[in-house]
Design a protein around this ligand. Structure first.
Ligand code: DHB
Ligand code: FE
Length: 282
């Protein structure tokens, strides 16, 4: 049977993509950020998942104001990197796992989570930056080392889902994965966050204390985090801090007890707080 072995969270700051694409990782501003992922890349290279489910948000690249599904799953064979204004990123095309993705869609819908099935979609920095951070700087002629199922959650168009709904959705995702008959090692990602506000008078807002409490809670007491209302995310972590509900979706897919094997927190990254955790199911 397919089995979830671990969960990964990381911020997905697009300036990281530009830094990689322009080969500026060694600059003093960026070097500590990439160094923070060296151990994680080693962990991933040793862990060798067959499939990653990548829970992220689209930033009006594949979807726009005409349509924004709350929970969607990419069931296509492949997904091209999106053109976010500077052409497509020079990273590998994402290869999906249509059979597992369709199985998950069917199981989750019958389990009362009404997924939007997406058969054609480009994937933006919410998905490609975490792949770079965990798998390294691969070019357009390389291949990501495993299959990747994109799993976008809307946090852009009001109203986004609650953290509790995302956590419960993660539990349904786990039930769906564990009912797939093939022996597959699956890692679930939740990307975005941490505290950040990109516009307005509070642009650049960082709340290290709140972020630290969220990182601790993610490992030790995620159910407590599911009680955080939207208003607290916005007030304490800025207008884009709501991306952290996707971390709760990832956490819902794991065991109650997990082992935190990696943590990294760094300020600033662009004008945001960057957070990263790896949790293994025990
Ligand atoms: C930025 C954009 C994001 O989507 C994000 O999650 C963090 C930072 C940015 O434009 O800097
Ligand atoms: Fe984002």
């Amino acid at each position: 049977m397919a089995k979830i072995t671990a969960g990964v969270t990381t911020s997905h700051v697009p300036a990281i993509a530009a830094t990689i694409d322009l080969k500026k990782q060694a600059l003093p501003y960026w070097a500590p950020i990439f160094k923070g992922f060296e151990e994680s890349k080693k962990w991933m290279a040793e862990h060798k998942p067959d499939v990653c489910i990548l829970i992220y948000n689209d930033h009006a690249s594949a979807f726009d104001a005409t349509i924004f599904p709350t929970f969607a799953i990419g069931c296509a064979d492949e997904f091209l990197p999106a053109d976010e204004g500077w052409g497509r990123r020079p990273v590998p095309t994402v290869k999906g796992h249509p059979d597992l993705a369709c199985h998950i869609a069917q199981k989750m819908i019958l389990d009362e989570f009404d997924m939007t099935v997406v058969n054609k979609m480009d994937v933006d920095h919410g998905l490609t930056v975490p792949l770079n951070l965990l798998f390294g700087d691969l070019g357009p002629n390389d291949e990501w080392p495993c299959k990747i199922i994109p799993f976008p959650i809307n946090v852009v168009q009001y109203p986004p889902p609650t953290g509790k709904r995302c956590y419960n959705m993660g539990q349904a995702l786990r039930r769906a994965i564990e009912s797939y008959p093939e022996d597959l090692k699956v890692v679930v990602f939740g990307t975005g966050g941490m505290s950040h506000q990109l516009q307005g008078t509070r642009a650049g807002l960082i709340n290290k204390e709140w972020d630290t409490r969220f990182l601790n809670g993610l490992t030790q007491d995620p159910v407590a985090l599911t009680k955080i209302p939207h208003s607290e995310y916005v007030r304490e972590t800025g207008s884009e801090g709501i991306e952290m509900v996707m971390w709760l979706a990832m956490r819902g897919a794991l065991n109650e007890n997990v082992k935190e094997v990696r943590r990294f927190y760094h300020v600033p990254c662009s004008n945001t707080a960057l957070g990263h955790i790896i949790l293994e199911n025990v």
